[in-house]
Write a protein that binds this ligand. Structure first.
Ligand code: 3NM
Length: 229
């Protein structure tokens, strides 16, 4: 299935804006069930994905540059926001729209250094894993925050649940993307709590039909956004 989707880019100065609602796919080859990241990315784009992140923990720099160039081109052509995980130098080299940092990454490369490397025209996203961490991150020089893992996921050995979603949204000074174990069965719980934007790996990467699954999430987020108002 090929979803009809009208995309437009919002920018401040030259920086892309993380719109709300956004559907965000984190791509890791290891979760692709043997399919290539590029083919999954292409299908997700056909289904209307808003943001793609390259999150590859085990590739050489050469392979990251090769995959990142192809993903970047796909995103540019289709007005999809392209984010690189962990590595601001790689994000800048690939001319990505931004970089996503984990809490541990900040010990290696503090935020002011990340900003210096990628410049003011690129997005910085930051993972947070508790309400306290979220509140601290809320006033930092970042452009969006991820909050999770909300539901149990094979990627993490804990989950934080849904209890703090409303409070994060109440205090949030920037867009919030909810992540961790999101699937077609529990998405409604997030939407009911007022969540607008979600990031996923497995439930999209491992779908039989990635484009249809992506389009389904998009349609639900569009409805959720209306209901939440
Ligand atoms: N970060 P899935 S949870 C990469 O909470 C990642 O920061 C998380 O994968 C966080 O959708 C997570 O398959 C895994 O559960 C998301």
């Amino acid at each position: 299935m090929r979803a009809f989707c009208l995309r437009y880019e919002m920018r401040v100065h030259n920086k892309k804006i993380i719109g709300e609602p956004s559907l965000y796919l984190v791509l890791s080859e290891e979760y692709g069930a043997g399919r290539s990241v590029m083919s999954i990315a292409e299908e997700a784009v056909a289904g209307g994905i808003d943001i793609l992140q390259m999150r590859e923990k085990h590739k050489s720099r050469e392979d990251l540059l090769r995959l990142g160039s192809a993903l970047g081109e796909l995103c540019r052509k289709n007005k999809v926001t392209f984010i690189v995980n962990d590595d601001p130098l790689l994000a800048a080299e690939l001319d990505a729209d931004g970089v996503h940092m984990g809490q541990k990454d900040l010990q290696r490369c503090p935020l002011d250094e990340v900003r210096r490397i990628i410049g003011i025209d690129r997005i910085i996203g930051l993972s947070t894993h508790s309400l306290e961490q979220f509140q601290r991150a809320n006033t930092l020089d970042v452009d969006y925050l991820a909050f999770g893992p909300i539901f149990p996921t094979q990627t993490k050995d804990y989950s934080i649940g849904t209890a703090d979603i409303r409070e994060t949204l109440r205090v949030a000074l920037k867009p919030v993307v909810f992540i961790g174990g999101v699937n077609t069965a529990n998405l409604g719980i997030l939407l009911k709590e007022g969540a607008a934007s979600m990031a996923l790996i497995r439930d999209i990467m491992q779908a039989d039909d990635v484009a249809s699954r992506t389009a389904w999430y998009k349609s639900q987020l569009a409805k959720g956004g209306i209901n939440a108002k």
